[in-house]
Structure formats: C-alpha cells, structure tokens
Design a binder for this molecule. Structure first.
Ligand code: DI6
Ligand code: FE
Length: 398
C-alpha cells in the first residue's frame, strides 16, 4: 500500500497528555499507521497527497466505557421520572435495568446489531474511532454471549476499533433473586470461561454497589478473570463508597469508573496501582447526582483521568462523547486539555491500548479527526453542533 501525505491543518498530538500543538502540520500514513509527522514545510515527498483544507487534527476519540448494545428504549421511564416518579419505584414496577434485560434477552442478534449500529454511527459521527462495548444486559450465558458477539460484529463491519468487556456481574437477574452468590458462581464457573474460550471478551468488568454486587463478590469474579488471563476494571463508588476502587486497584485494574464517592485514601491506592480513573459526567448529570468525583485529589495524585460516554439506556442516554468533554469541564472542573486527554490518550490507556491509539505519533494507528474549530478548547467548549470535518480511520477517509 502506498503512503499518503495529509496536510492543510494544525495538529494537537495529545502526546503525554498535552495538546502538543503544531501549526501548519502534516502527517504521512502507510498501511494504517503514522510513519511521519511534523511541520508541513519539512514533509517528505510521497506519491499521494491529501489537502484537508484547514482545521485542527486530533487523534480519533476513544470512548473507553459504553453499553451501546441493548434492546428497547427507556424514554418512557424518563417521562415518568420527569413527572416525579423515582428510579427505585420504576425498577420495582418491572422497569429499570430489568426492562432492558428482558428486551435484550428477547431480541435476536440481528435486531440487537441494528439498534446498536445506529448508536455507534452517532458516536462515530462525533469523532469516535475506538470504542469499548460492554455486555451486562443478558445476565445468562446465551444472552451475554449474544451481546458480545454483536459487539465483535460491530467492530468487524464499521470503521471503528471495538474492544469488549464482559459485564455479566452488572445486576442480579430475577431468576436468582435472593441468591447473589449463586449467580456469582454462574459468572465464574460458566459465563467467563465460555466467553474467554470463544474469544469474545478483552476484559472483565463489574458493578460494585449496594444495588449490585459487594466487593467480596467482585473480588471472586476478578480472581477468576485473572486466572483466565483477562484484565479487570470496575464500576465503583458511583452511588456510595464500598471500597470497590481500592479492591480493583489491588488487582491491578486497567480502570476504575464513576468514582463520585471515592475517598482520598483510595485515590492514593489507585495512583499506586497505575489504574486510570474513568470520569462519567453523563450519568452524574442524568441522575441529578450532587456528589462530585474528587478531581483535584486525582489530579494531585497524578492519576490519569479518562472521560467516557457510559452510553446506556438508563443512567446515560448519551450519543456524543464531545458533549461529555463539556460536562467534564463545566460540572467537574476539568480543564479542556484534561478533558481532551481524557477522550484520547488516557482513554486508550484505560483500555490497555496506549501503544496503538489515543495519540498522534510515529508508529501509532492512523486514526484521526479534522475538526472545524479555531483551537482544541473548542472541542470542550461547544455543546452540540457539527464540528467534525473529516474522519480518517486506519489511514482511510470514512
Ligand atoms: N451504572 C449505571 O448507572 C448503569 N449501570 C451501571 O453499572 C445503569 C444502567 C441502566 O440503568 O440500565
Ligand atoms: Fe457503565
């Protein structure tokens, strides 16, 4: 495959988590990789050239936490909640996560794929080139496998890198009511071995919370995941402080996610373990949460912070990662530079993929976006709008 010289733009490389601004930049790509970048005036001559006609090039965005594979829709519940119904009452009446599990179990693989594909297109149209997709609305062996197969198929058929996480420990399915430990047995003895055997999961996730699983139960799942050779990550301290993040850090977790109720001692444990803190402002916003995640403590401790969509039908009906950058700044006090690093270099690190994605540098994947903006802060500044001019995936305009 021949090399292409891309020029006609400024560039924010995001190397080492900084903007790394380069005016009048150029880049050479070949076989899906970046082989050269620098000032346009110093660019080597190659046979093919592409003038992007102005704008700012950044790494393609990395959404390191999503639940886009599910069936059904819970906008009716939103309507009810906005009229005063509370989340718990809706769940008791058969709504909430159970409603999504029912719909997902009933849906065919083709139906799940068609619905998820639309969500994926929205995220891609706003700059995403790598996305993590979780299972967790199946909660039985066949349905968890079905969700992960759909996620893999999305990656094989769309111009986006997909990595998967098995989130079988997301909620207790109804048929296991009152038998949490028996469900964790099923996850450890049947679901995880089967998804690993079929090559369907790149990591194992869980929901550690009063309404989900305890730290002890999640530690059992993680022990099993590690014995099967998979890295772990955790939804932790979203609604209360159970010490889940520190437990996950003890397993060398890739990331700990949500963290509104994280305490300062545990910030230090996360820093020591090298786990990424994944900040999810969409769920905070949609649930009208008031407890802020400890951003300053994470910053002081040098914990890399990622920002992700958490796209899901309940707490985060989010189809724009760029909007999450704005919320991370306005709601949580992150800087626009931190927010953009959170959706590029640090998000790639949260997936264990920092060698390939999240930065513009020689040897990295040629996944990048050319934005119609005056500078990188615009990406966190605007809420909505059409800023994406060109999207390049694996060295090809898409
Ligand atoms: N945290 C959440 O807020 C969601 N899952 C999770 O682990 C809720 C998902 C839903 O309501 O469907
Ligand atoms: Fe989530």
């Amino acid at each position: 495959m021949s090399a292409t010289l891309w020029h006609g733009f400024d560039m924010a490389t995001m190397a080492a988590g900084n903007y790394g601004l380069l005016k009048d930049a150029a880049m050479v790509t070949e076989a899906g990789r970046i082989t050269w970048l620098g000032k346009a005036a110093a660019a080597p001559a190659v046979e093919r050239e592409h003038d992007l006609g102005g704008g700012l090039v950044t790494p393609g965005l990395v959404d390191c936490h999503s639940h886009i594979v599910f069936a059904g829709n819970r906008s009716q519940e939103f309507e009810m909640r906005m009229q005063g119904a509370d989340y718990a009452a809706i769940a008791k009446a058969g709504g909430g996560i159970v409603a999504t599990v029912n719909a997902t179990r009933e849906a065919s693989e083709a139906e799940l794929f068609a619905q998820a594909s639309k969500r994926l297109h929205s995220l891609m149209a706003d700059g995403v080139t790598t996305i993590e997709i979780k299972s967790g609305y199946g909660l039985d062996l066949a349905s968890e496998i079905k969700m992960l197969r759909v996620a893999r198929k999305l990656g094989a058929t769309h111009a986006v890198n997909v990595v998967t996480s098995c989130l079988a420990a997301h909620a207790l399915p109804r048929e296991f009511a009152g038998q949490d430990d028996a469900y964790i047995d099923l996850v450890c003895e049947q679901i995880l071995p089967a998804v690993v055997e079929q090559g369907l999961a790149d990591a194992v996730d869980g929901f550690c919370e009063g309404i989900a699983f305890t730290t002890e139960q999640m530690a059992r799942v993680f022990t099993k995941a590690q014995s099967l050779g998979l890295p772990v990550k955790l939804h932790a301290e979203q609604l209360s402080d159970l010490g889940g993040a520190a437990m996950a850090a003890g397993f060398g977790a890739l990331s700990v996610d949500h963290l509104e109720y994280l305490n300062e001692e545990d910030v230090k444990r996360i820093a020591k373990a090298g786990s990424v803190a994944v900040i999810l402002p969409g769920a905070f916003y949609s649930l009208r949460e008031t407890q802020l995640p400890p951003i300053q403590a994470l910053r002081d401790a040098g914990v890399p912070m990622a920002v992700a969509s958490d796209a899901n039908p309940g707490s985060a009906p989010v189809l724009s990662l760029r909007l999450m950058l704005n919320m991370a700044c306005v709601l949580f006090g992150m800087t626009p530079e931190e927010a953009l690093a959170g959706a590029t270099v640090h998000a790639a690190q949260a997936l264990g993929l920092q060698q390939h994605y999240g930065e513009l540098a020689v040897g990295k994947a040629a996944d990048f976006v050319c934005w119609d903006v005056t500078g990188p802060a615009d990406l966190s500044y605007w809420q909505g709008g059409q800023l994406l001019k060109h999207r390049i995936y694996a060295g090809q305009l898409t």
